[in-house]
Design a protein around this ligand. Structure first.
Ligand SMILES: O=C(O)CCC(=O)C(=O)O
Ligand SMILES: [Fe+2]
Length: 364
């Protein structure tokens, strides 16, 4: 792949071009960790409708949005509170994370705004989530085959086969609004989203034309755990294209063959004449189910469940970012702690096995 550019991969004529597409996906995922999808199944109008719903929610008064506050299980609304270990300050944004869960006691149900507060929101957002999940399945099956696992491994690892157990699902749709920077000269070292890698299997990211800012540090070529690399590739938004990236869960599940890559969102620059207004984006995070047992074909890492992986990832992040955070996350079993004790964890993800390393290292 020349120059570490993020390649555009066409899904045109999927059934006949399956092998060719698989090859392109595996090359991009193992060399860069990022690619964009074009000629896919989601019409631009549906993407625009999802952005309209997002704006409708974010236009509500803060007190209304805060009726479904972030719940410590990665669901709900947060306002300028996500501190990135890479920057040490909260991203200048707000976001809401939405899940598939249905039961009143579940972790996910409490993330949905009431129908009377935001009419049509739940139905519209759920419809979009399903559509993105369906597209994700095409990619997930090719990635599984490409790393030598049975075709359905990542699909069944993230979606219960009969879709009955919604409480086991951890996939999430995240609507994001980065607040306007109008009139502000922020300098080059201020970020709308600090450098990070995602925790999940596969992220599909929708961007709005004219609202650039996303940058990628290809192939994990970074100089510190938290992503202060010196070679960042900007992603130019093209209408309808979906930016995809491999997350930490898939990096581990593929024995590090596929790369979870650091990325960040730069602040617009007055000097460069950038658009300075609000920036919206939408991410769909395909995450392993709570009970999924993740292990790559080479068994480079011990098995770990989806819930345990996220619990560890959140603990790492929060220990690094905010020692005092009062988090109640999913439990990590004693067996998992024992099995993982010789593996090094850093700012994000589990890196190469090393004898004698502690299991949960809080990277400063
Ligand atoms: O807003 C963007 O373009 C990137 C968002 C992102 O990386 C994330 O939410 O994980
Ligand atoms: Fe991300």
């Amino acid at each position: 792949m020349s120059d570490n550019q993020v390649p555009a991969i066409s899904l045109r004529d999927f059934a006949n071009r399956r092998e060719e597409i698989k090859e392109e996906l595996i090359k991009a995922s193992s060399e860069i960790g990022f690619f964009t999808l074009v000629d896919h199944s989601i019409p631009v109008e549906h993407i625009n409708a999802a952005f309209d719903l997002s704006a409708k929610f974010f236009d509500l008064p803060l007190e209304v949005k805060q009726k479904t506050p972030w719940n410590g299980k990665n669901m709900g609304h947060e306002y300028r509170s996500q501190i990135r270990p890479s920057t040490g300050y909260a991203d200048p944004k707000e976001s809401i994370q939405l899940g598939f869960g249905e039961s009143e006691e579940g972790d996910m149900i409490k993330c949905w705004p009431a129908e009377s507060d935001c009419p049509g929101f739940k139905e519209g957002a759920k419809g979009f989530m399903k559509e993105v999940q369906t597209l994700s399945k095409q990619i997930l099956e090719l990635l599984a085959e490409g790393v030598g696992l049975p075709t359905n491994t990542f699909i069944e690892g993230s979606i219960c086969p009969d879709e009955s157990d919604k409480e086991d699902s951890m996939s999430t749709l995240r609507l994001l609004k980065y607040h306007s920077c109008e009139g502000q000269d922020l300098g080059e070292n201020y970020f709308r989203a600090g450098a990070h890698a995602d925790f999940d299997i596969l992220t599909l990211l929708f961007q709005k034309f004219g609202q650039d800012g996303l940058e990628v540090c290809p192939g994990r070529s970074i100089s510190t755990d938290f992503g202060y690399g010196d070679k960042w590739t900007p992603i130019k938004i093209t209408e309808g294209a979906i930016v995809c990236n491999i997350g930490d869960q898939l990096m581990r599940w593929s024995d590090d063959k596929l790369k979870s890559t650091f990325h960040r969102v730069t602040a617009p620059s007055l000097k460069r004449g950038d658009y300075m207004g609000d920036r919206y984006s939408i991410g769909f995070f395909n995450q392993a189910r709570k009970s999924a047992n993740m292990q790559g074909p080479l068994k480079s890492y011990p098995p770990i469940t989806g819930a345990e992986f996220i619990a560890q990832a959140m603990q790492r992040n929060y220990q690094a970012a905010l020692t005092a955070a009062k988090l109640q996350t999913y439990e990590i079993s004693k067996e998992t702690e024992e099995a993982n004790k010789d593996y090094v964890v850093s700012g994000t993800g589990v890196s190469a096995a090393r004898k004698g390393a502690a299991s949960l290292v809080a990277a400063a």
